[in-house]
Every structure is written in structure tokens, then in C-alpha cells.
Design a binder for this molecule. Structure first.
Ligand SMILES: Nc1ncnc2c1ncn2[C@@H]1O[C@H](COP(=O)(O)OP(=O)(O)O)[C@@H](O)[C@H]1O
Ligand SMILES: [Mg+2]
Length: 158
């Protein structure tokens, strides 16, 4: 049976979204993949800014890589690869660059991961960000032992 864990957190303001990202960032290890799903302006990039802080990447370098699709942020505890698939053609069969990053020596965060065809990414950890009043609602889903344990640690609040 595949291990699974889920968690929903409220984030009243952008600082709260970043703070949760920072907590997750501190827990991440080489090869971890964080898939981010949510509408434009939901806070995916804000969350990645938090991840970067948790990895000790200088956070001022984090912006939306929409026009480059992939940005690499060195200088932290681990390299962070920040991918944004907003402009991925719907129906694109695959994203060749993905393999270069995912499950490699760094951590990979993928905005708009739901634009990938089913099965193209076996990311265990998905963060969905929804608009809420006030702020946002962050829903974490971990599939597989590694991702489920990350969600469990987040849920424990430590
Ligand atoms: N609770 C919140 N969490 C995240 N962003 C928020 C929140 N409240 C307001 N915002 C604002 O929403 C915007 C999110 O932008 P961004 O992170 O670039 O979204 P995305 O990458 O999902 O398109 C920012 O302007 C941010 O200040
Ligand atoms: Mg973004």
C-alpha cells in the first residue's frame, strides 16, 4: 500500500505562505520535488520564495521564471531549481528538461505542474493553493513514503 498524507493550512497573508514554504524548505533533501498547483496570483512563487529561504538561498533572487521556464538558484544549502510551466503547450507530450532536474542533486519546485500530461512527473509532494477569505488555503498531499513523511512533519508543526 502506498503511504499517503494530507494537510490543509490557512495562510492569511503572503508572509504566512512564505513562512510555510520556509518550514518545508528546511526539511528538503536532494532529489525532492515540490509540485505547485493554483491559479495565477495564488501564491506559488511566494511559496517558492519561502522554500528558497528554508534552503538558505538568498531569497532576493527568486522571481517568477515564466519567461525562462527554468531558473536555478545556487548559494543555498542545496541548489533550487524553479520551473514554471505556465507557457507549456497544452498537450505537449513531455518536457525534456524536466529529467535534468527532477530527482537530481538539488530540490525542484514546479509551478503549474498540472500542465504536464498525466504520469509525466511522479512528484510525491503536491501543494495546491486556493483563494480563501482571508488569504489562501494551502493543501499538501504526499504520496509515497518520503512525501508522506514530509507532510507528517509539517502537520506536527515542528
Ligand atoms: N495569503 C497569501 N499567500 C500568497 N500570496 C498572497 C497572499 N495574500 C496576498 N497575496 C498576494 O498574491 C500574489 C501572489 O503572487 P505569486 O506568488 O506570484 O502567485 P503565482 O506564482 O501563484 O502566480 C502576491 O502579490 C502576494 O502578495
Ligand atoms: Mg508564479
Amino acid at each position: 500500500m502506498t503511504a499517503r498524507a494530507a494537510l490543509t493550512l490557512a495562510a492569511d497573508a503572503v508572509e504566512a505562505t512564505e513562512a510555510v514554504g520556509r518550514r518545508l524548505g528546511r526539511l528538503l533533501a536532494p532529489g525532492d520535488v515540490v509540485a505547485l498547483v493554483g491559479d495565477l496570483g495564488a501564491g506559488k512563487t511566494a511559496f517558492v520564495r519561502g522554500l528558497a529561504a528554508g534552503l538558505d538561498v538568498p531569497s532576493h533572487v527568486v522571481a517568477s521564471p515564466t519567461f525562462t521556464m527554468v531558473a536555478e538558484y545556487p548559494g543555498g544549502r542545496l541548489p533550487l531549481f524553479h520551473i514554471d510551466l505556465y507557457r507549456l503547450d497544452p498537450g505537449a507530450a513531455d518536457l525534456p528538461v524536466l529529467d535534468e532536474y527532477v530527482h537530481g542533486a538539488g530540490v525542484t519546485a514546479i509551478e503549474w505542474s498540472d500542465r504536464l500530461p498525466p504520469g509525466a512527473l511522479d512528484a510525491g509532494l503536491t501543494v495546491r493553493i486556493d483563494y480563501a477569505d482571508p488569504g489562501r488555503r494551502l493543501t499538501f498531499e504526499g504520496r509515497g513514503a518520503r512525501a508522506a513523511s514530509l507532510v507528517a512533519v509539517l502537520a506536527s508543526g515542528t
